[in-house]
Structures are given as structure tokens and as C-alpha cells.
Design a protein around this ligand. Sequence first.
Ligand code: SAH
Length: 343
Amino acid sequence: MKKDIRSMDKDALRDFFVSRGDSAFRGNQVYQWLWQKGAHQFEDMTNLSKETRALLDEHFVINHIAVDQMQRSVDGTIKNAVRLHDGLIVESVLIPTKKRTTACVSSQVGCSLDCKFCATARLKKMRNLNADEIYDQVVAIDRESRLYQNMPLSNIVFMGMGEPLMNYNNVLKAIEKITSEEGLGMSPRRITVSTSGIPKMIRKMADEEVKFNLAVSLHSAIDEVRSSIMPFNETFPLSELRAALEYWYSKTKNRITYEYVVWKGVNDQQKDIDALVRFCKFSPAKVNLIEYNPIDGGDYQQASEEAIQNYIKTLEEHHITVTVRRSRGKDIDAACGQLANKS
Ligand code: SAH
């Protein structure tokens, strides 16, 4: 089988040419075609000789993604169904606002976690995405942003399908490409990785002093409640998550964002709010209250407006930043927790 050329770093490409009596510079040229100019085939690499292109064709493939279907919501949100080289599908979303456009990208096909309220959890995990498959989603959304919003992509959130920290190496490699001058040259400060909270990986990120933002899908700061909606919490209880986050903060001094949905009868009481405050007050924090997007056959219901207001009031009293994320793209199943390859 031919090798996916984009699994090779620049040095490996340079070595490939040197070992064949060509110059290392040829490797730089190919690298630029692959990552900066987004070439889909070797034929497109017009400053290479015919022989060089044939040589590449003989040894390698470019496993480029294809946007199979693009849906546009009445609110301007765009959802791409993205076909991978082996026929599997993931989804990514472009979320425009007046001042910026955000790409929401997937890191896995399906998901191995079992959050009861999330549509993606119903697809079993098929495989991890490669770094180039993650990168390609961003490039596709950047193009759509320029085309439909007249501005380049400004932010990226890893909040699509999958658990990014279960595919850590590829997510990190993709972010390196996105932020490098040879890729898109975006600032890591504009990138947010969202995790359901895997303590060991949060510590690893802290040790590696990554520069992007961290968001944690908390949804409850009471073990019993969290385990009932996110069963893997039994394996990684809140005490371990909290210790890992303290470690993250001690290393990065970066504010932590918590994603939080309030459901009727699940986490809408004062004791839930108080537990949240106790959990997150050790560092600068932002709580993002996400509107619940009902999923087919789900048992959950968005809490009352009063319960949400109670959350906002108490958090503000404790000087914790709170924002409410109104969902976008609901009519095309592009909102949080709705990515499930329906079409
Ligand atoms: N696995 C990662 C990335 C997914 S991010 C994580 O868990 O953080 C998607 C966000 O949407 C998460 O905060 C998730 O908990 C939330 N979510 C999932 N299903 C939802 C739903 N039906 N309505 C609203 N938010 C949902």
C-alpha cells in the first residue's frame, strides 16, 4: 500500500529526496504544496518535473478529504459532511457572528464516551482522525468563511465529533500545522480544545505547556449526578479532574472554560449551583451555559429560565464569568451535541 505522504514531516520528505540523489530543497517544495497550497494531487505541483511527480505518485497518496455535502442554516451556520479516504464521514461546522467566524471540527469518527445527552455518543467510535484530516476540515471552513462571510476564519473549537484528548497526538500535530507559518499561521490563542475531562491528558498538556485554550464539559460538579449523565465519570471522578485542572492552571495560568447544560430535574437546584462554584473558584474561570439541543429519543429537557437565571446570579456573585451560548444551526442539526451523520 502506498503511504499517506502527509503523515511525513518535513525532515522525512527532505530525506526521501536526498536518498534518491535529489536535493533536500525538493522536500521543502513538496511540503509547501501539501500544507500551504493544499494540493490534492501530485499533478498540481507545477514547479516539480514530470519525473519527480511520477516518483511521488509511485510511492505516496494524498488522502485528501472531500466535502460531500454542505448545508446552510437560516442563521448562516454551515455544516459540512466530510468524506474521508476510506469512505467514513465526519461533520464540521462554520459558525459566523458579526465580528468573527468559528470552525467547529471533529477529531474522531464517532466517539467512545457515552454521554447520555449527546447524539455523537450513539455512533460507536470507528477510528481516530489523522492530523491531515483534521487540518483539511479547517482549510475547507476557512475557504467557506472567505467565500460566504468575506473574512478569513478567526477561531477554531475542537467541539465536533469525538473526544480530542483520546486522539491527542493527531490533534496536537494538526494544531501545529494550523499555527505554523507554513500552514495557516493562526494564533493558538484562537484555538480551544474541549474535553469531557481526562485527567491524565490534561496533566500531559500542562507539562507540554500548550498555548491553546482549554474547555471542560462539566455539566455537574456532583459525582453522583455527573456519573448519571456521563458514565465515564465513574472512572475519572471529579476529585481527579479537579486536581488535574489545578495542575493545568499552576503551569499555564490560563483561564479555564466550563461547558455546562442545565437540565430540568437533573442539575437545576441551588445545591448544583453551589457545587459548581466550589469546583471552579480555584482559578479564573468562565462558565458557558449551553442551551440544550434535544436529540432524537432523548429523555432530557432544558431547565426553566428561572433555574438558568439562578445560575447566572450566583456565578456572578462569586465573580465567575458566565456566558449563555444560544445554539446556532439547529435547523440543520449542526448545534452542540447534534452531530450524528444523519444525512
Ligand atoms: N468530547 C468533547 C468535545 C465535544 S464538545 C467534549 O465532551 O468536550 C461538544 C459540547 O456540546 C460538549 O460540551 C458537550 O457536552 C455538549 N453537548 C453534547 N450534547 C449536547 C446537547 N444535546 N445539547 C447541548 N450541548 C451538548
